[in-house]
Design a protein around this ligand. Structure first.
Ligand code: BES
Ligand code: MN
Ligand code: ZN
Length: 466
């Protein structure tokens, strides 16, 4: 799909011209009147669509009236969802050329228009022997060309991330993630098991031990002269989370190929970063491995030593993400960066608290956290702050080591947060739990079922705004 910015969408010989209608108002295009919209059946409620023929009297073949709901309730998030709806409708009708003539919208919709169109355009059909050929090829719209161009790149990075996260665990192995990282054309270093041992990454390596898949520690660098800031972004990269010896029940294991969604997000961000030439140094870091209960598997009761020398008593092998992140955080903090942001499908507890509607965010600097929450909101994602009080550490106290990796059932997202905090030193740090937002089991708003590319939009906008 390609988005073309035009002056007058109505002059395009499109298969479908999309016009909008706010509930209870008239379409400015008066097409609705001309071709007799049935007002009893279509009032312009949000998400409703109404198709009108043009009887060969216009350059476009059909008009799709897109309901946007009440004007006073309309906002950029609804814009993105509505455009996705129109694109999906166009796909159903096998329209190849779709023009949008949008009126009366009181904000610059260019970014959300572009994101909505590309999110709707996404399909993961590489394993279908019969592929649908229902893609919209050209989209025409009156919008800000520069913003459309920027948002197109962000959307590409999202699709890149979604493809990686949707890939089954049998293919998206740590080695495969490393090879994808190397192909991005950045200055990239892959540390194998022996090198990780030398660096003292005892927590990360313990998780990897139960799998025949070799662990890979991935470090991608985007560098510029005299950077305004140095940022490290870390993504949890468990390519499959069986739970390990504390094995998950089948229903919980079913979607666990998605446990590298955060790694996919980092790869998505790093895949496009050079095209924006941001004046910041960005380090993309992934500790990739598989959590399996194989022969060498780490066991409950084992004591691990992380890169910073802290010892961890394994309470539950299914709390593996924080162990891999512990070493990744230590590594990142040694790079001399100003800020570290980690993303992870870390806790079911975060998903219980916030559902699939928001990611949880915690950090050691409230202003930093607030900036990320604002950036997310403007990017069309939701981050919601969860507490990171030291009290949550009580349940992680160990009799024989510096800490355990899990404690009580309660407050699981914050407990994981305070665990991670023990491996952060002298930097601004934020932790984003995307357990609920990274992968949808059924379609939700503009997304089909599967990976969502959570975090990509926000991280890119955050980097671009420095
Ligand atoms: N990868 C899971 C968290 C998860 C759960 C992500 C559901 C997405 C959807 C993580 O490794 C995990 O297993 N966490 C445990 C922690 C527990 C053992 C303290 C959990 O949340 O149950
Ligand atoms: Mn787990
Ligand atoms: Zn996990």
């Amino acid at each position: 799909m390609e988005i073309k910015v035009v002056q007058d969408a109505k002059s395009i010989d499109a298969d479908i011209l999309v016009v909008n209608l706010f509930e209870g108002e008239n379409t400015s295009s008066d097409l609705a009147n001309k071709y007799a919209i049935d007002e009893d059946n279509f009032k312009g409620k949000f998400g409703e669509t109404y198709l009108l023929p043009t009887y060969g009297k216009e350059v476009y073949k059909k008009v799709l009236v897109l309901g946007l709901g009440k004007k006073e309730e309309f906002n950029p998030d609804k814009m993105r969802e509505a455009i996705a709806k129109a694109v999906k409708k166009s796909m159903q009708m096998e329209a190849k050329k779709v023009a949008f003539s949008l009126d009366g919208i009181e904000f610059d919709y260019s970014e959300q228009f572009t994101l909505g169109a590309f999110i709707a355009d996404y399909a993961f059909d590489k394993y279908k022997s019969e592929k649908k050929d229902n893609k919209v090829k050209e989209v025409y719209v009156q919008a800000n060309a520069e913003i459309v161009e920027k948002a197109t790149k962000i959307a590409e990075a999202m699709s890149f991330a979604r493809n990686i996260a949707n890939e089954p665990a049998q293919f998206a192995t740590p080695t495969e993630l490393a090879s994808i990282a190397c192909d991005l054309g950045l200055d990239t270093k892959i540390y194998d098991k022996e090198e990780c041992e030398k660096m003292g990454m005892g927590a990360f390596l313990a998780v990897a031990r139960g799998s025949i898949q070799e662990p890979k520690f991935i470090h991608m660098k985007y560098q510029v002269d005299n950077p305004k800031k140095k940022i490290a972004i870390i993504g949890k990269g468990i390519t499959f989370d069986s739970g390990g010896l504390d094995i998950k029940p089948p229903s919980s294991m079913l979607t666990m190929k998605d446990d590298m969604s955060a790694a996919a997000c980092i790869l998505g961000v790093m895949s496009i970063i050079r095209e924006f030439h941001p004046q910041v140094e960005v380090h993309g870091i992934i500790a990739a491995c598989e959590n399996m209960p194989g022969n060498g598997a780490y066991k409950p009761g084992d004591i691990l030593t992380a890169k910073n020398g802290k010892t961890i008593e394994v309470d539950n092998t299914d709390a593996e993400g924080r162990l891999t992140l512990a070493d990744a955080l230590c590594y990142a903090c040694e790079l001399g960066v100003d800020e570290v942001i980690d993303l992870a499908t870390l806790t079911g507890a975060c998903m219980v608290a916030l559902g699939t509607q928001a990611s949880g965010i915690m950090g050691n600097d409230d202003e930093f956290v607030r900036t990320l929450i604002d950036t997310a909101a403007r990017s069309g994602e939701r981050f919601w702050q969860l507490p990171l009080w030291d009290d949550y550490f009580d349940s992680l106290k160990s009799d024989i080591a510096d800490m355990k990796n899990t404690g009580s059932r309660w407050g699981g997202a914050s407990t994981a947060g305070v665990f991670l905090k023990k491996f952060v030193k002298d930097v601004k740090w934020a932790h984003i739990d995307i357990a609920g937002t990274a992968f949808f089991e059924k379609p939700q708003k503009e997304f089909i079922a599967g990976a969502t590319g959570a975090g990509v939009r926000t991280l890119l906008n955050y980097i671009l705004e420095q």
